[in-house]
Design a protein. Structure first.
Length: 168
C-alpha cells in the first residue's frame, strides 16, 4: 500500500464524521423555505456538494499514482473542486463542479490551478491559499439577477462550525 493512501484514507474516514466547511461559492446560494428542495435551494446544493465531495475523496484514494518521477503537485479536494496530481510547470484544469446551482450554464467551463516547477500548487499573492482561476465557473450577471429575484432578498447569517457563513 502506498504511504499516501493511508493518509488519504484517514482523511476520508475523518470527514465522514465531521461537518464540512462550506465553500465560498455555496455561501452565495439564497435560502428558500424549508419546504423547497429544488436544485437551487441550500439543502439541494449542499446535498449535491456532499455527493461531489464523496466522489472526489473516493477518486483521491483509488486513483493510481501519477506516472512522473520526482516532484509533482498532490491531488486534493479544496472544498470547491477535485484536483488530480499535477506535473511541475503546468496548468491543471477540471470541469466546473456539478453541484453549482448554475452548473447548466457553465457546462463547458473549467477551473484552473498552476503546479509550480517545485511541485507545489501556486499560492495566491500574500497568502497561504492556493491560487485558482474559476472565472469560467462563475454565475453570469443574468443568472445572478434571476437567482436574486427568485429568492429572499434578506441575507441569512449562520455559524457553521468551523466556518462562519453569510448566505445572501
Amino acid at each position: 500500500m502506498l504511504e499516501g493512501r493511508g493518509t488519504i484514507q484517514r482523511y476520508f474516514d475523518r470527514l465522514k464524521t465531521l461537518s464540512p466547511c462550506v465553500p465560498h461559492e455555496i455561501q452565495q446560494v439564497q435560502v428558500q423555505g424549508p419546504e423547497s428542495s429544488s436544485d437551487g435551494s441550500l439543502s439541494g446544493v449542499m446535498q449535491k456538494w456532499r455527493e461531489y465531495q464523496r466522489q472526489c475523496l473516493k477518486y483521491l484514494y483509488e486513483a493510481p499514482p501519477i506516472a512522473a518521477e520526482g516532484k509533482f503537485c498532490n491531488r486534493t479536494f479544496d472544498n470547491y473542486a477535485c484536483w488530480p496530481d499535477g506535473l511541475p510547470g503546468t496548468y491543471v484544469n477540471v470541469s466546473c463542479p456539478s453541484y453549482l446551482p448554475w452548473a447548466n450554464t457553465v457546462l463547458h467551463g473549467q477551473v484552473y490551478r498552476f503546479c509550480t516547477s517545485e511541485g507545489t500548487w501556486l499560492l495566491k499573492e500574500n497568502s497561504t491559499l492556493p491560487w485558482r482561476n474559476l472565472s469560467e465557473c462563475e454565475a453570469s450577471d443574468q443568472t445572478s439577477a434571476l437567482h436574486k429575484e427568485l429568492h429572499s432578498p434578506e441575507p441569512l447569517h449562520l455559524f457553521y462550525p468551523p466556518c462562519y457563513i453569510r448566505l445572501h
